[in-house]
Design a protein around this ligand. Structure first.
Ligand SMILES: [Zn+2]
Ligand SMILES: [Zn+2]
Length: 329
């Protein structure tokens, strides 16, 4: 039996064998928190710009947009707290670590994206019922548009970092900020196109299309964060790689079965049974386990691996990973 060490209680051998991935995780953790702090700053700056846009125009639409930005500040702080919690090492209460806190933040962000979609749909309905010529002001549009450009640039960075570091919290934050870019785009279009063309229906049409798109994004986000909370297995390719690696690196063992894998952000949780000849020494069985663990971590990055060693009478034929069947007889 090999204990799930590695990230939780790094053994000296593993630390020296896997300096890169251990270092990467620590590095990403502090970088993620750093990014989350900038997110707070960006949300405050975007709010200031949108608030200024409302003050100079007195426009109701710009006022409600500025109000919605307050939610973003709350979300940015929420994301920061979640990343702080997620970065904490495992303790007596949470022996698997705190990684899942990232999914809580992504559930929160998804809910906010859905709220944004509903509020845009509401604006669209009001504007359809009571079409009015928007009170346009170049300064107001420019200020609100600048906030939109700022959000767009920041959302791109968040999505990029989120994908590269496999961080559900940063990805969700990026999608949320991007949904606000769409809101800004609606406002800018309404404020420039409607007075220009005189077509009052442009506003509700555009707003309802954008509401539908944001709602779609919101549901995709909810689907992803629930998948993470429900211990979803990684993609087929990763699962196949794990099976191949166990097979190629388990020399001396007979087979492996009952493989279970789940991905929590950047970390894989892997456990399985390893069938070895009954007479094999504990020393040798442990060496095989270490060999497989090193290979998995080298190929897949940070992972928490638990291996249950069994004698050959426990061998299963169904769905087993056959390593060296000849050892069985
Ligand atoms: Zn060990
Ligand atoms: Zn078994």
């Amino acid at each position: 039996m090999s204990l799930p060490y590695g990230l939780i209680t790094p053994s000296p051998t593993l630390e020296s064998a896997m300096p890169l991935s251990q270092h990467d995780v620590a590095f990403h953790t502090s970088s993620k928190i750093y990014i989350a702090w900038i997110s707070v700053g960006v949300s405050l700056l975007a709010f200031t710009l949108k608030y200024a846009a409302w003050t100079v125009t007195g426009s109701v639409a710009l006022y409600s947009d500025a109000l919605e930005t307050v939610i973003n500040i709350v979300a940015a702080f929420g994301g920061l707290i979640a990343l702080y919690i997620a970065s904490k090492p495992a303790d007596d209460n949470h022996t698997y670590g705190h990684f899942k806190a990232e999914y809580l933040s992504s559930v929160m962000e998804s809910a906010m994206v859905v709220v944004t979609a509903v509020s845009i749909a509401r604006e669209a309905w009001i504007s359809w019922q009571h079409p009015i010529m928007p009170d346009s002001s170049l300064l107001g549009i420019t200020l609100n548009g600048t906030a939109g450009v700022l959000n767009f640039a920041w959302a791109r960075i968040l999505l990029n970092k989120g994908a590269r570091w496999r961080s559900p919290a940063l990805t969700a934050a990026g999608r949320h900020v991007m949904s606000d870019v769409w809101t800004s785009l609606t406002l800018v279009c309404t404020f420039s196109l409607v007075p220009l063309t005189g077509f009052l229906w442009i506003d509700p049409l555009l707003a309802s299309l954008i509401a539908c798109n944001i709602l779609r994004v919101g549901f995709v986000m909810i689907r992803h964060s629930i998948g993470g909370l429900m211990d979803e297995a990684p993609d087929t390719e990763t699962r196949a790689t794990i099976r191949t690696l166990i097979q190629q690196n388990g020399k001396g063992a007979i087979e492996a079965h009952d493989l279970r894998v789940r991905a929590v952000g950047a970390i894989l949780f892997i456990d399985f049974h390893l069938v070895v000849p009954a007479q094999l020494s504990v020393e040798n069985a442990h060496t095989i386990c270490d060999h497989i663990e090193h290979a998995l971590k080298a190929a897949l990055g940070p992972a928490l691996i638990g291996i249950h060693v069994e004698p050959e009478r426990e061998a299963k034929n169904k769905n087993a990973i056959i390593i060296s069947p000849c050892l069985q007889d």
